[in-house]
Write a protein that binds this ligand. Structure first.
Ligand code: SF4
Ligand code: SF4
Length: 350
């Protein structure tokens, strides 16, 4: 088994976590993502949300999420990050960011940028430490992909204005696919002007994306993308590689200053829109992935008593245990595992 630098970092992390479990003082997650809502008025080609079910969800109310945020701070969580659906469709989003920040949490939001209004920009500067806004193509490519006219302009304006505030770290994220592959150069140039970094993401095989082959990169294109990153990414204008692209074998060196590790159930977890708790926001809100319910139990109780499938390696495909990359990779992304797309080393010959 490889004892690469990444492997050593991962094993130190896991051994600290396992020790905390043994002595009965389980380490809190570093990051908690809050799926603020599953509502969204976009109809993106790659969306992992399930059509038709989003509006039926009984979302946790302001008082409850406030109480949860307080508990997160009490148990030692560091980062509170709102995602969706589209989080700006919740009227209390900024109130919750302000509250989280006021009690010492670091805050973040992931958004499509379309519903960020003038009054939000000052609030973002005050209350939000990091933001991610998606741009999935230049102009019409983005609007068509997101099925929303004017969405490219809204996203790029929001990125520009947030960068100008001088406080919030802002990152432009792009799901790379056949729809925008010819534009990666322009997208990177754009990111240099309107954000502090460009984050490339793979499509997840869930929701609407599952049966659309154009969304998943071929071996040739993935290798082209990695060469592009190797050639262009700099300290000033970094290109970040999302964990969902998996462990990259010989190209793992491109994750400069970062390393592959899926923190689900160990370093991070997600609070679903209705108060369910899951390992990761991209894992479907189905019984098999729900670790607890914050309507019934405290967050600390769910964190301490759930997540055995992540902590006891029950999700890792059996063939991974004998792989030379098992140490740093540990079976790749759990969402990619759902469709047997987790092994980037094999899929892309890395
Ligand atoms: S076989 Fe499993 S452990 Fe090995 S590189 Fe592929 S996903 Fe990772
Ligand atoms: S399951 Fe995949 S997307 Fe979720 S935290 Fe792990 S690597 Fe990231």
């Amino acid at each position: 088994m490889s004892l690469s630098k990444n492997g050593i970092k991962v094993s130190i992390l896991l051994s600290a976590f396992n020790t905390s479990v043994k002595i009965g003082r389980i380490m809190p997650p570093r990051t908690v993502l809050w799926e603020a809502t599953r509502r969204c008025d976009f109809r993106c080609v790659h969306c992992g949300a399930y059509d038709g079910k989003n509006s039926e969800i009984d979302e946790i109310d302001t008082a409850k999420i406030k109480q949860i945020i307080e508990e997160l701070e009490n148990i030692g969580v560091k980062y509170f990050f709102a995602t969706g659906g589209e989080p700006f469709l919740r009227d209390d989003l900024m109130k919750m960011m302000s509250f989280a920040k006021s009690i010492g949490l670091k805050t973040g939001i992931s958004s499509n940028g379309f519903h960020i209004k003038d009054e939000h920009f000052e609030q973002i500067k005050k209350y939000v430490d990091t933001m991610q806004i998606s741009v999935d193509g230049i102009g019409k490519t983005h609007d068509d992909f997101r099925n929303k006219k004017g969405s490219f302009e809204a996203a790029t304006n929001a990125l520009r204005r947030i960068k100008e505030n001088g406080k919030t770290r802002i990152c432009m994220t792009t799901t790379i696919s056949d729809y925008n592959f010819d534009e990666i150069n322009e997208l990177y140039e754009l990111s240099k002007n309107i954000s502090h970094g460009w984050r490339v993401v793979a499509t997840m095989p869930i929701g609407r994306a599952k049966n659309n082959k154009k969304l998943f990169l071929s071996k040739e294109k993935m290798n082209e993308l990695l060469l592009f990153i190797e050639k262009n990414s700099t300290k000033k204008n970094p290109i970040f590689i999302c964990e969902n692209l998996g462990y990259l074998g010989r190209m793992e060196k491109l994750r400069k200053g970062e390393f592959f590790f899926c923190g689900a159930g160990i370093l991070s977890c997600c609070i679903g829109a209705d108060g369910n708790v899951r390992g990761c926001p991209e894992l479907p809100a189905e019984k098999r992935f729900i670790e607890g319910d914050l309507d019934k139990d405290s967050f600390a109780y769910v964190w301490e008593n759930g997540f055995s499938k992540f902590r006891e390696n029950k999700l890792i495909p059996p063939q991974c245990f004998s792989c030379k990359y098992f140490g740093p990779c540990r079976g790749g992304c759990h969402v990619m595992q759902l469709e047997n797309m987790h092994c980037s080393v094999k899929r892309f010959d890395l």
